[in-house]
Design a protein around this ligand. Structure first.
Ligand code: NAP
Length: 287
């Protein structure tokens, strides 16, 4: 292998064509003067392990992992960080002398973005009642850090309620802070913060949340993102605003924050996220 070649990284998923991670990491590399390449890696739905093995065999140094492979990435890692172990899901792999290290930067990325929004709009997660929609890889990654932010309650609501219960079970302890619900159980519930960690929007599906639930929330946050302004770039956020939500945000800030933490794991340098977020938002704004 050419020793002068830049280190190779990428994002593996299915689908992966939509991923903005290559742009983010190119901007981080430019900002920090690190020499690296970063590409999209499409894995067949039943071929995650083989795809990662091939990337490693070609000298790859690390991968971000996106849906639907975060649980498989956890199983593949030969070592995990504490937060990835607790989450049971991995969004960052680092390959180093035969060791496959798995980390999960989703939760810390979300909390960093919620903190930014809290400063801007004057709210805190402390003592908040939080509704987490979804119980997949992203929900697993964010639940621990969410509980660490001292909310009054976190309720997990999932289409498959058994998965919500299983996820809540992982964090049982001070169990009074956690509840598991189905998506049909939300009519009489009220929350301060609603976080959408489902992939419903990717399939063009809507969640149909009760209007009163949406209206009562101080913040509605979609982990997904799309083209246009932060407050209305996804179908979920547009539906929430049509139902009377006032403070809404997509997950582009989280995407940049979790990427910065992955970059740190790989390169030992924490890039500045805010200039990259501005640049990315510009790139996603229809001219
Ligand atoms: P995942 O592991 O595939 O989980 C998907 C979740 O969505 C499951 O809870 C699933 O419920 C639910 N779901 C799917 N279709 C649905 C529908 N039609 N109605 C209701 N619920 C539905 O995916 P993931 O990795 O957790 O990703 C979830 C979302 O978070 C995606 O939009 C992803 O882009 C986003 N995300 C963003 C960031 C960021 O940095 N901004 C990071 C990670 C993830 P069932 O269990 O019932 O199937």
């Amino acid at each position: 292998m050419n020793p002068a070649a830049p280190d190779r990284y990428g994002v593996v998923g299915n689908p992966v064509a939509h991923s903005k991670s290559p742009l983010i990491h190119a901007l981080f590399a430019e900002q920090t003067h690190e020499r690296l390449t970063y590409e999209r890696v499409l894995a067949p739905l039943s071929g995650f392990r083989e795809t990662v093995a091939a990337f490693m065999a070609q000298g790859g140094k690390g991968l971000n992992v996106t849906l639907p492979f975060k649980l498989e990435a956890h199983a593949l890692a030969t070592q995990t960080t504490e937060r990835a172990r607790v989450a049971g899901a991995v969004n960052t792999l680092r390959f180093d002398a035969g060791v496959i290290l798995g980390d999960n930067t989703d939760g810390a990325g979300l909390m960093a973005d919620l903190e930014r929004l809290g400063h801007l709009h004057g709210f805190a997660m402390q003592d908040a009642r939080v509704l987490l929609l979804g119980a997949g890889g992203a929900a697993r990654g964010v639940l621990g850090p969410l509980l660490d932010s001292a909310p009054t309650l976190v309720a997990i609501a999932n289409r498959d309620q058994a998965k919500a219960r299983a996820l809540a079970h992982v964090y049982l302890g001070p169990a009074s802070k956690l509840r598991a619900l189905g998506l049909d159980d939300l009519e009489d519930e009220r929350f301060d913060v609603i976080l959408n960690a489902t992939s419903a929007g990717h399939q063009g599906a809507t969640l149909g949340l009760p209007g009163a639930l949406v209206k009562a929330a101080s913040l509605i946050y979609d982990l997904a993102y799309g083209e246009g302004p932060a407050e209305s770039s996804t179908p979920f956020l547009r539906a929430a605003r049509a139902q009377g939500a006032t403070l809404t945000s997509d997950g582009l800030g989280m995407l940049v924050e979790q990427a910065a933490l992955s970059f740190f794991l790989w390169r030992g340098i924490l890039p500045q996220s805010q200039p990259v977020l501005l640049e990315l938002r510009k790139a996603l704004s229809p001219s």
